[in-house]
Design a binder for this molecule. Sequence first.
Ligand code: G6P
Length: 464
Amino acid sequence: MSIRLDYTNMLADAIGEPCGISPNELDALRKPAQAIHQDLMQRREQGLLPFYDLPFDRVVLESVKQLGDQLAGRCSHFVVLGIGGSALGTLALFRALRPLYHNLLPAVERDGRPRLLILDNVDPAGFGEALDLLTPDETIFCVISKSGSTVETSCQLMIARHWLETALGDRWRDHLVVITDPESGSLRELAEREQLTSCAIPSGVGGRFSVLTPVGLLPLAVAGVDIDALLAGAAEMEERATRSDLLENPAYLNAALQVLSYRKGQHISVLMPYSDRLRDIADWYRQLWAESLGKRTALDGSRVHVGPTPVKALGTTDQHSQVQLYMEGPFDKVVTFLAVEDYGRDLVFPAFPGAGHLDYLSGRSMTELIQAEQQATAAALTSNGRPNCTLTLDRVSPQNVGGLVYLFEVQTLFAGGLFGVDPLDQPGVEEGKKYTYGLMDRPGFEDMKQRFESIVGGVTRRQL
Ligand SMILES: O=P(O)(O)OC[C@H]1O[C@H](O)[C@H](O)[C@@H](O)[C@@H]1O
């Protein structure tokens, strides 16, 4: 595994005042960092943070691999039904670790693996059109929900089960796999009652920290991702991400830089991979960062309303869309680049006779160009006083991606400590869910319907 963090351009040396971080500011965080570290390690020892130990669970790994191979042999399409933490990690890692056009390749070039679809919305057009393309006999649905009660996933399940049963009768059960809490929740009850194939999400691992459980591992194994190597990379990162000294630990250091930057007014945190494969890592990271750190109330009970706003960008694409704003707009952003040394292949620019203005490119390669653009953008941001740092992967390999995921998860926990908030809850998403229940006439939520009506009806609607 090779992941390194270059944070030169976060420091006052490189970008000056007012955004640059001074060595003293970083040094001042070392002591609080020790306390947060000890707290995390203590909670890990007590079994309260089981995600730390996921990369070492050989039993789960072996059983998932076995089940993955078996399921892969029984379908041409493996379809994940889930949302948020039950979908985004799988999407990100599938894109990173299989050929970008896996689903368009003929079976032999997919190593005989099924196509993988991840349906994470209840847009009737999107869901309906996907079903139109599928054949019940050749499809296996994998329903993933930690709570077992998420309304979007439940509704997808209702439709999928009916669709299967209509075509296959009692055999619908062979085409449905469940991943949920080991004991509680209605999805677990359903799996037991109908004797469906199922996997467990270890209790204590929250959805957005669950990609290295069967939530991500099973679909990825079915699609042919080397999950051994993925977990090996995460295990390797565990050593670096549990070092006690802030300056020795890339997860703690990156969190500290982000938090110091936030305190200086950079409330927007952009993650900008220069890699199509890593594009959706930024989507997964958005949930991790947003739900974990965006909080009204601190651990001491005070109202804080904190949280960096994570933004996803893609290099070079967004240089031609967003970078104008990052360069000259408000001083409210910190950019983290994800750079890649070896893209696994390269394309050399051939000569173009008669086009003299392109001569300087002839003989150079696409890797050189994308890397030059990343470095040029970082340098330009730096010269404009904009904080930025770069995480460089030598390759987009399962080891590196496993390491990156682990790094970001620990970084998020540690940032929660620095912000003084609980990074493991998400109370703010509940209110909207309750209004939805009210509007959908779920028993017990009648008052929410009334409250919704008083909010909506309490003011004159203005529409054009
Ligand atoms: O896995 P599930 O229980 O279905 O949850 C799916 C998602 O739903 C919620 O709204 C939470 O805010 C997310 O953190 C979670 O990942």
